[in-house]
Design a protein around this ligand. Structure first.
Ligand SMILES: NC(=O)c1ccc[n+]([C@@H]2O[C@H](COP(=O)([O-])OP(=O)(O)OC[C@H]3O[C@@H](n4cnc5c(N)ncnc54)[C@H](OP(=O)(O)O)[C@@H]3O)[C@@H](O)[C@H]2O)c1
Length: 332
């Protein structure tokens, strides 16, 4: 008998409404691909919440199974790089966007999307990081590669209570950086301190309203996941030769600044694109997450849910109020 499996399917319900259901799918319903993976864990990222609510900038066609993250075991492979039983991570590329994603118990993907699970990480631990943690790692790699050392001063992390921000705060603190964390709209000061933030910055204090093109120097580095006025204020407040990374736009895609921080202080703004990150960089980031950057207090950051419990976590992510990372046990 043909194998069937559980998956979340999002469909258009008319009047711009979208319906999420957990349904049975068949392996043959999956797209063509080199590697069939039985998914043990997935995780919830902001992009999944957009895909699961009908955002056509992320997912063009419905019905669709979201989930940009998956960790599991290879069940079939036509590519010699992977064999049955291999433990693997699949994130980014088109997974969960227009290719059926990790909110299904099986995925089938091109071999070029698959990363062998590094020694030192379980499938569950890999999804505790997921795309959010991977993106935090890429952002920190940029600070390190640009020569920002812990003794240069404080690093400001925005969106710090969320997935990317929580992992960034935790890794930076572990690496000896002094972290100032922008609290989200909900008060999470105790949580941010518990994961390593030394200073909590209220949103109002992270946004300059004076309109000045450049501000007093405060930060040696910045990791931004929100965009808009917070990112603009961070850039204007950087020390000379400071480095800021930008990966997200939950507050706004706009960036209201001028060139002065760049031409008067030599500030560097680095864009982070986890989706199309080259495989060599990808493997290096995962390797670091499995070794010296591995977070010991991960259980403070993570909440585990089943596929049936995922629906309301998606809504919560869109309206605010989620904390840290949500991982999904796909075989429960
Ligand atoms: N470029 C890439 O490769 C890449 C990869 C991963 C993620 N991202 C992007 O990074 C962003 C964060 O992703 P995530 O998974 O960490 O999301 P998340 O878990 O939902 O976290 C979002 C964070 O932003 C805060 N926030 C939300 N709205 C805000 C506002 N208006 N002003 C200030 N802070 C606000 C939230 O705090 P409250 O809920 O308390 O407000 C929370 O701390 C998203 O835009 C995502 O698409 C990009």
């Amino acid at each position: 008998m043909e194998k069937s499996f559980k998956a979340m399917v999002v469909s258009e319900a008319g009047n711009k409404q979208y319906r999420r259901e957990i349904v049975q799918r068949r392996i043959r319903d999956l797209p063509e691909g080199d590697v069939l993976v039985k998914v043990y864990y997935s995780s919830l990222n902001y992009k999944d919440a957009l895909s699961a609510s009908g955002n056509k900038g992320v997912t063009r066609k419905y019905p669709h199974t979201p989930g940009i993250d998956a960790a599991g075991i290879v069940e079939e492979s036509t590519d010699s790089a992977f064999k049955i039983g291999d433990k693997v991570i699949v994130t980014s590329y088109d997974l969960g966007m227009n290719t059926a994603g990790g909110f299904g118990q099986y995925i089938r993907v091109p071999a070029g999307w698959v990363v062998p699970l590094p020694d030192g990480l379980s499938l569950r631990q890999a999804m505790c990081y997921g795309t959010a943690g991977f993106t935090a790692a890429l952002s920190i790699l940029q600070l390190v590669n640009h020569g920002v050392l812990p003794e240069y001063g404080e690093i400001l992390v925005s969106g710090a209570t969320g997935g990317v921000g929580s992992i960034a705060v935790s890794i930076l603190a572990k690496q000896g950086y002094t972290v100032a964390a922008v609290n989200g709209r909900t008060d999470r000061s105790d949580y941010l301190k518990s994961i390593g933030a030394q200073r909590i910055i209220a949103i109002e204090d992270a946004v300059d309203t004076s309109g000045r093109p450049i501000l007093s120097q405060r930060w040696a580095g910045g990791i931004d996941a929100v965009g808009g006025d917070i990112l603009a204020t961070t850039i204007k407040s950087m020390n000379a030769k400071g480095v800021v990374t930008t990966c997200g736009n939950v507050a706004s895609p706009d960036l209201p600044i001028n060139v002065y921080p760049f031409i008067l202080r030599g500030v560097t703004l680095v864009g982070i694109d986890s989706q199309n990150c080259p495989m060599a960089v990808r493997r290096n980031a995962w390797d670091k997450l499995s070794k010296e950057w591995q977070i010991t207090q991960m259980e403070t950051v993570v909440e585990e849910v089943t596929l049936n419990e995922l629906d309301n976590r998606i809504d919560k992510m869109l309206t605010g109020g989620n904390k840290g990372r949500v991982i999904v046990h796909m075989q429960s």
